[in-house]
Design a binder for this molecule. Structure first.
Ligand code: HEC
Ligand code: HEC
Length: 367
């Protein structure tokens, strides 16, 4: 009897193998959905049906993100200005492009962008694949052209195989290159900082960080009005604001118009995307123009109170006016001790564990 069962089992296995063999036929294009981590303290990640994450697409994007073939003279990849060890930002105030010329904005962290809806400091790109089109041709960045890049990638047999696996075609296009990069960038996720663990009840924050959190989340330091909870938990917000960096009378006088340069509304001049506060020690310098090199300088700036300009966030004006009435001061009035606590809280949002995972690091270039 036992033998009979085994015989059936073997027959069954043999048949099912055969079936698999047929399904793996060349015409049957099949990708494997990417196993995006479930993170209980984040909002659920919603995939984009126009470019769903697949293992094959993410793998291809990983190679492209680190590939120097994307720049004119083979010297730069996306990772040159978005370095893994810097939270995928650039330690330089202004990134230097292939022609040795600096841009005028600081390269932003790419961590946890899977939840973000508008990209760049001025929000001019609506998707990450649209975003990825521009660095390749930007004269201050990679200064190449898409025909050249497509030709170079197409010429590499292993790339052709990977395009076939990811998109069922060996015909490389800029559309497919940017789709693969978008998929990879969405997987640059960090969620194991002390802050996350505290959110999930797995760990307590340090006493100093807890005091800092209380300052952050109340009118005392008044950070929470703009770095609001869901966005803070996950990524930079997709809200654009003016946090009072410059004293300006006429909205056209901002040296960088920010959101206004994209929307064409002068009332938006001076507003910028609120960036993520994750891994801050690694993502210096700070603000759209990288004007502050340390977190201490950032806190000092907020502590002085905002500089006035036409698009200054109304909540900042209201809070500063309240302080004038109540305490006769425009600034926050944070002590040296409180400054340290606030920084301890910001630092609790640091998670460097991803740097031990090859998924986040440069792969061997494809030949
Ligand atoms: C020469 C440096 C440089 C290179 C190369 C570069 N970037 Fe950037 N990146 C920047 C700078 C600077 C910004 C901010 C620009 C702005 O807001 O106008 C930025 C912004 C971004 C953003 C927006 C992030 C957000 O929060 O909105 C994404 C995404 C991004 N880059 C991805 C890429 C990808 C993908 C590549 C490769 C195809 C790439 N970058 C190549 C410097 C660079
Ligand atoms: C009115 C809204 C607002 C308030 C209040 C506010 N921020 Fe910001 N924060 C912003 C905006 C907008 C930016 C980006 C501004 C820019 O680059 O021009 C920013 C940038 C930052 C950055 C730089 C991040 C980077 O990667 O460049 C840090 C750090 C920061 N804020 C911390 C704080 C802290 C701490 C507080 C409370 C003391 C605070 N913020 C209060 C809106 C605000």
């Amino acid at each position: 009897m036992k033998i009979l069962v085994y015989c059936f089992l073997i027959l069954f296995l043999a048949l099912s193998c055969k079936k698999d063999g047929v399904e793996a036929n060349e015409d049957d294009f099949k990708t494997t959905p990417y196993d995006f981590p479930f993170i209980s303290n984040f909002r659920t990640f919603v995939d984009d049906p126009q470019n769903p994450l697949t293992n094959e697409g993410v793998d291809l994007g990983h190679y492209l993100f680190f590939d120097n073939r994307l720049s004119k003279d083979f010297t730069m990849s996306c990772a040159s200005c978005h370095q893994p060890e810097n939270g995928f930002s650039d330690p330089k105030r202004w990134s230097i492009g292939v022609e040795g010329l600096p841009g005028k904005r600081h390269s932003m962290s790419l961590l946890n962008l899977a939840w973000s809806k508008q990209f760049f400091w001025d929000g001019r790109a609506a998707t990450l694949r649209e975003q990825a089109l521009s660095p390749v041709t930007d004269p201050l960045e990679m200064n190449s052209d898409w025909n050249t890049v497509v030709e170079r990638i197409q010429a590499v047999p292993t790339y052709r195989e990977k395009f076939k696996k990811a998109f069922n075609t060996e015909a490389v296009t800029s559309d497919l290159i940017t789709k693969a990069i978008e998929q990879y960038v969405k997987t640059l996720v960090v969620y194991n900082s002390d802050f996350d663990k505290a959110m999930r009840g797995e760990k307590e924050l340090s006493v100093a960080a807890k005091r800092g959190q209380a300052l952050f989340n109340t009118e005392k330091a008044d950070c929470f009005h703009c770095h609001t909870t869901p966005e803070l938990l996950v990524h930079g917000s997709t809200t654009f604001m003016n946090n009072g960096l410059d004293l300006i009378d006429n909205p056209n006088d901002f040296s960088d118009w920010g959101l206004g340069g994209f929307t064409g509304k002068s009332s938006d001049n001076g507003k910028f995307k609120i960036p993520t506060l994750r891994n801050l020690r690694a993502t210096a310098p700070y603000m759209h123009d990288g004007r502050f090199s340390t977190l201490e300088e950032v806190i000092d700036f907020y502590n002085q109170g905002p500089k006035f300009s036409p698009s200054l966030e109304p909540i900042m004006i209201a809070e500063a006016n309240r302080r004038v009435l109540e305490f006769n001061r425009w600034g926050l009035g944070i002590t040296e001790e409180e400054k340290k606590d606030l920084i301890a809280f910001l630092e609790s949002m640091t998670d460097n564990s991803y740097l031990n995972d090859p998924h986040y690091l440069a792969p061997e270039p494809l030949k």
